[in-house]
Ligand binder design. Structure first.
Ligand SMILES: Nc1ncnc2c1ncn2[C@@H]1O[C@H](COP(=O)(O)OP(=O)(O)O)[C@@H](O)[C@H]1O
Ligand SMILES: [Mg+2]
Length: 252
């Protein structure tokens, strides 16, 4: 059935210094709930809105202070290894080993994902093709441009054909052509998978997202189709204007 449910997520970062200083420090997530069925979703909000925090919790990389994440009705903490198999995650920041070739990097991640060795070569080629990196696979990562590295990380997230694809600011560092291509690839995958893309760039998701989740200061302001959001917040205008009317002067 492929359904992700997020229930009342709260996250309060509690560094020791923070605790001593100020217990009312604002929460990074202040009770976020929604559900996603197959489709492409844009998680939109300015820097500091809580997008990465939300994604870290949904991907099981971080525990919430409160609340739950369910995949097909089961808590992801219980699913553990099974969840890893259906999840494709591209974090906002990731270190790459410069001495690796693109191919070696993808093979290494395929092994971590427990893709059978007999399938690895085919699977690596499949995901490289999706991001147009086939011709560069044997170059060392030290020779990759920022955009190529970013596309390699997107390819890595697609290894094993995950049913839940989550990408945190995937278009950072991509040129316009690469942006459009990644956008179209994700849109094609979203026909029968849940794809969630966090971004602060409206044009990344405006034309392809079935729904946009607007996140402001740790709270979900709205979740609706781009057309419905325009109708509600900026009639006769566009999603850029919706963004401005909701987030106003917040953007740095
Ligand atoms: N590891 C951390 N420790 C303390 N505060 C953090 C940490 N990570 C993020 N924050 C804070 O949580 C809030 C949300 O950050 P983040 O989830 O990274 O937002 P976004 O991805 O939308 O830019 C910000 O106020 C940020 O400073
Ligand atoms: Mg972020």
């Amino acid at each position: 059935m492929n359904e992700l449910v997020v229930q009342n997520l709260v996250k309060q970062y509690e560094g020791r210094a923070l605790l001593a200083q100020n217990r009312t420090k604002k929460r990074a997530l202040a009770g976020v709930s929604f559900f996603l069925s197959p489709g492409l979703y844009g998680l939109l909000g300015p820097n500091g809105a809580g997008k990465s925090t939300l994604i870290n919790i949904i991907t099981g990389s971080m525990l919430p202070s409160k609340g739950k994440v369910l995949w097909n009705g089961k808590s992801i903490t219980g699913l553990d290894k099974k969840y890893r198999a259906i999840l494709g995650y591209m974090p906002q920041q990731q270190t790459l080993y410069d001495s690796f070739s693109g191919r070696r990097f993808l093979c290494y991640l395929a092994a971590l994902k427990e893709i059978p060795p007999a399938d690895t070569e085919r699977e690596v080629l499949r995901v490289a093709e999706l991001v147009h990196l086939t011709a560069e696979l044997d170059k060392r990562l030290s020779a990759y441009s920022g955009g190529m590295k970013q596309r390699l990380l997107a390819a890595a997230a697609l290894l094993g054909d995950p049913q839940l694809i989550i990408m945190d600011e995937p278009t950072a560092g991509l040129d316009p052509k690469e942006r459009v291509r990644l956008r179209d690839t994700l849109a094609a995958l979203a026909t029968d998978r849940v794809v969630l893309v966090a971004t602060h760039v409206v044009s990344d998701v405006e034309s392809v997202a079935g729904e946009i989740l607007l996140l402001k200061e740790g709270q979900l302001v709205d979740k609706a189709s781009p057309a419905a959001l325009v109708e509600k917040y900026a009639p006769g205008k566009d999603l850029e204007q919706v963004y401005l009317s909701i987030f106003g002067g917040e953007e740095a």
